[in-house]
Design a protein around this ligand. Structure first.
Ligand SMILES: Cc1cc2nc3c(=O)[nH]c(=O)nc-3n(C[C@H](O)[C@H](O)[C@H](O)COP(=O)(O)OP(=O)(O)OC[C@H]3O[C@@H](n4cnc5c(N)ncnc54)[C@H](O)[C@@H]3O)c2cc1C
Ligand code: SF4
Ligand code: SF4
Length: 495
């Protein structure tokens, strides 16, 4: 009987601070909050500027939900832009989402502001009236700055937004917009083009400032319909599968109907046991999984998803580096990411004999095209892994006349599968292997980056297949464009 992983006991850092989406407004709108809250102490009339803001956000939310909160709100900008780097960025307690709590906060603010307005009304017609009205807003802003700053630093930047009275008012206005049936065309929601291509990696949830979880909550129209979503697009910009957009209902229907579905068409779910774990280099390990009777329809260049957590269910995508059809085994090669949530689980908690669920295979970006006759493969760092089966596939295909593999790393000690590639080169005339090392003076072979090698090659009639970190892909795309290689001859995937 195989051991089952105790997923519930694994609790590394979950929420990611990095790479949130910033527009110019979202980045600098905080200046307005600070001006009203601080300068307003000396010039209370500044508080009157809040009135058009309140009118604006109520109108915007009627048509677009809480769009204002995520894109224009100056408090939101203050939390995301100024406080995020200093925040502990931990889990927002569940009770912050209770409607009852929002109502209490709303009632308290309403009482404070109402009594303030009543006091101001007593001086109606005098020079003091506008100062006394302005100060009501100035005090409200100062209160939000103090409470919001505490929440941000101690828990999570957008914790206040869960109970913000203006956020609550926007939800009511949005509700009315829906009842009036105007939001169908005007409200954009996070939309997934094809759920079959979702990696279930939870990146969208981990970067969400409101700590919502789009990936396991899409509705039948493939949209994330949550009235707490502040429409900030952060999840869209961070989805590694590139399958999220921000669309209204009509556009969502069009996208889901017309998306290319091939990449996820053979997706299956498999219960496997870990057959073996092999340490390749200090921070790289190969994991081979034994499938039961079912077989996987795998094409070289695809990736699979390895389940790393049960509740909520979460996977990590890894290129298939090993495929043994005869023995029904499939393998991936994993580099431990510093503070990586998923790779730490694989490294620390996966053991031979354990049961692990896989989903896939997925992806068609770097699967060899039927028409390719000459191929140049470019792998950077851990991005070399899909090229183990890809080189084999290319060698076995009669259509392929020649194939080169450029493999770039920083130091010689990072090279993996070097013996395997050298052996394949020895046995096959049509395969050339070119390792290239950026920072190692003692390396006797090619020095520099993969782009230096690309510059030396005649790439006419070649199709280029690349996999590696984003900076390598970006630099290679630039070089290839300078060399005049047409876009349709370039395929890539970023690991
Ligand atoms: C199609 C595809 C194929 C892939 N193939 C492979 C493969 O073959 N081999 C492989 O090793 N990987 C592969 N990957 C990458 C892999 O899926 C994971 O993304 C990778 O293992 C890191 O996941 P993680 O959960 O360990 O790291 P995460 O927790 O997601 O962290 C990623 C990075 O963000 C940083 N980070 C984490 N938390 C925070 C925080 N709070 N603040 C700031 N920064 C933070 C970490 O330092 C880390 O470097 C592939 C990815 C894709 C999309
Ligand atoms: S679900 Fe996406 S758009 Fe909505 S708040 Fe979260 S990150 Fe922003
Ligand atoms: S691929 Fe990851 S980030 Fe994109 S929708 Fe799926 S779970 Fe979210």
């Amino acid at each position: 009987m195989s051991q089952v992983i105790n997923y519930s006991s694994l609790k590394p850092a979950y929420n990611i601070k990095a790479k949130r989406t910033f527009t110019v407004v979202r980045k600098y709108a905080f200046l307005f909050t600070l001006m009203v809250a601080i300068a307003g102490q000396f010039e209370p009339k500044l508080g009157l500027l809040v009135i058009p803001i309140m009118i604006g956000l109520l109108i915007a939310s009627f048509f677009k939900g809480r769009y204002w909160c995520g894109n224009i709100c100056s408090h939101g900008s203050y939390y995301d832009s100024l406080l995020l780097p200093f925040s502990r960025n931990t889990k927002i307690p569940k009770f912050m989402q209770w409607t009852a709590l929002s109502l209490i906060v709303m009632a308290w603010f309403g009482f404070r502001m109402g009594t303030g307005f009543m006091r101001a009304a007593e001086s109606y017609g005098t020079a003091d009236f506008w100062d006394k009205t302005g100060v009501v807003f100035v005090n409200a802003y100062m209160m939000v700055v103090m409470v919001g700053t505490t929440f941000s630093l101690l828990v999570s930047p957008r914790m206040w937004c869960n109970v913000c009275p203006m956020g609550f008012m926007q939800k009511l206005s949005h509700f009315m917009g829906r009842k009036a049936k105007v939001t169908k065309a005007t409200e954009e929601m996070v939309t997934i083009s094809d759920e079959q291509q979702c990696h279930k990696c939870a990146k969208c949830a981990r970067v969400c400032p409101m700590q919502l979880s789009p990936y396991n909550s899409f509705n039948k129209k493939n949209q994330f319909d949550s009235n707490n979503c502040i429409k900030c697009s952060t999840c869209v910009g961070n989805c590694p599968a590139g399958i999220l957009t921000f669309s209204n209902e009509n556009t969502a229907r069009f996208i889901t109907k017309n998306v290319k579905k091939e990449a996820g068409e053979n997706r299956g779910r498999f219960t496997t046991t870990i057959h073996r774990i092999t340490a390749l280099k200090g921070d790289v390990k190969e994991f081979v999984f034994q499938l039961s009777d079912e077989s996987i329809k795998f094409k070289a260049g695809q990736f699979i998803l390895v389940k790393i957590q049960d509740k909520p269910e979460m996977f990590r995508a890894f290129s298939v580096s090993y495929f043994d059809e005869e023995n029904n085994r499939i393998g991936v090669t994993v580099k431990k990411a510093p503070n990586g949530y998923g790779s730490e689980i694989l490294f620390n908690d996966f053991e031979e004999g354990m049961t692990v669920v896989l989903e896939g295979p997925l992806g068609d970006e770097i699967v060899i095209d039927e028409k390719t006759k000459k191929a140049v493969f470019v792998g950077g760092g851990i991005g070399i892994t899909p090229f183990v089966p890809l080189v084999q596939d290319a060698i076995e295909r009669d259509q392929i006349e020649e194939v080169k593999l450029i493999y770039g790393v920083n130091k010689e000690s990072e090279l993996i599968y070097i013996d395997k590639f050298k052996a394949m080169e020895k046995e096959n005339n049509k395969f050339e292997f070119i390792p290239v090392i950026a920072f190692d003076d003692k390396w006797p072979g090619q020095k520099g980056f993969v782009t230096n090698v690309l510059e030396q090659l005649d790439l006419t009639d070649n199709v280029i297949y690349m996999c590696g970190p984003k900076p390598m892909i970006d630099a290679s795309l630039k070089t290839l464009s300078q060399l005049g290689v047409k876009k349709e001859k370039i395929r890539y995937e970023s690991a």
